[in-house]
Design a protein around this ligand. Structure first.
Ligand code: NDP
Length: 286
């Protein structure tokens, strides 16, 4: 019988655990760990993500500091804010919501954040540590995917994992984490030939593409575990709906386990942000 990997329940569990550790942290250090969230511009989707992150941050017992900046913010103004947050000892994590307006440089902002406060795990220092197997702040979505996989598969060693997508924030870090767990990893992308055939050999299939319902039943090895990272807005009969990159209904009876969209990877991403904020605070206070 196919298992639905319930990201929402697992995320609630993680946030509860983090909240307990935050309480202990406050008692021990007499400090409330702080997470600063920066949003530039009025993109509605980013606004929703930021509100959800702030809600979870407060549920977990952190201090949440939001900076809402206008679209016209200059690179220098943003750099100055990041610098100020880097210097502020009451701030333990800094998150700048991406994407930024086109006139601002994402890579410059990512590199400006102190690696110790980089709760998104995007700074090149953290990326380098991840790739070389050192302790690092790991990007939240990939971390969430690994927690879900490990809950479902006791031993990942030797499994063939295929990651569809090679972005810096999802595909590449997931591939590195799977490699660290001794999977044999194949990363496929828009230029890959025979993509369906490669996916059919996957014991673990991670889809991080951004193409609604792209992965069909004939791409799947019977019994595979599927992690669907994709979040795509579609509409049918005038109703808006969120779907993943995987054709969930079509593959359901063929897989051994699958994450739903919504309710799979999405909630885990925010839960892992809480985990990373705690980790960052613990390292800074030690
Ligand atoms: P990107 O657009 O940065 O990367 C998409 C990747 O998919 C690229 O590597 C691209 O290949 C590849 N790709 C695109 N089309 C095809 C195709 N037809 N065949 C094979 N490969 C293809 O997206 P992200 O990595 O940022 O996000 C991926 C998805 O995950 C999106 O739906 C996004 O909304 C979702 N997401 C969900 C999160 C969550 O919390 N659940 C968090 C972050 C993202 P190439 O490199 O060759 O262009």
């Amino acid at each position: 019988m196919t298992v639905i990997i319930d990201g929402k329940t697992l995320a609630d569990e993680i946030v509860q655990n983090v909240a307990q550790e935050v309480s202990a942290f406050k008692l021990k250090n007499k400090v409330t760990p702080g997470l600063a969230v920066v949003l530039v511009g009025g993109d509605p989707a980013s606004g929703v993500y930021v509100r959800n992150k702030i809600k979870r941050t407060e549920q977990a017992g952190f201090r949440s500091i939001a900076h809402y900046l206008p679209t016209a913010t200059t690179q220098q103004q943003l750099d100055e804010l990041i610098d100020q947050l880097n210097q502020d000892n009451s701030i333990h994590g800094i998150l700048v919501q991406l994407p930024l307006p086109a006139h601002l440089s994402e890579s410059r902002v990512i590199e400006a954040i102190s690696p110790a406060k980089d709760v998104d795990g995007f700074h090149p220092e953290n990326v380098g540590k991840l790739v070389t197997g050192q302790q690092a702040l790991v990007p939240c979505t990939p971390l969430g995917c690994m927690i879900m996989l490990k809950r479902h598969i006791a031993d990942l060693s030797g499994k063939h994992a295929v990651v569809i997508g090679r972005s810096n924030i999802v595909g590449k870090p997931i591939a590195n984490l799977l490699l660290q767990s001794d999977c044999t990893v194949t990363v496929v992308h828009s230029r890959t030939q025979n993509i369906e055939e490669i996916c059919r050999s996957a014991d673990i299939l991670v889809a991080a593409v951004g193409q609604p319902l792209m992965i069909k039943e004939n791409w799947i090895k019977p019994g595979a575990v599927v992690i669907d990272v994709g979040i795509n807005q579609t509409s049918s009969a005038g109703k808006r709906k969120l779907v993943g990159d995987v054709d969930y209904d079509a593959v359901f009876s063929k897989v051994s386990a699958i994450t739903p969209v919504p309710g799979g990877v999405g909630p885990m991403t925010i839960a892992c942000l809480m985990q990373n904020t705690l980790t960052a605070a613990q390292h800074q206070l030690n």
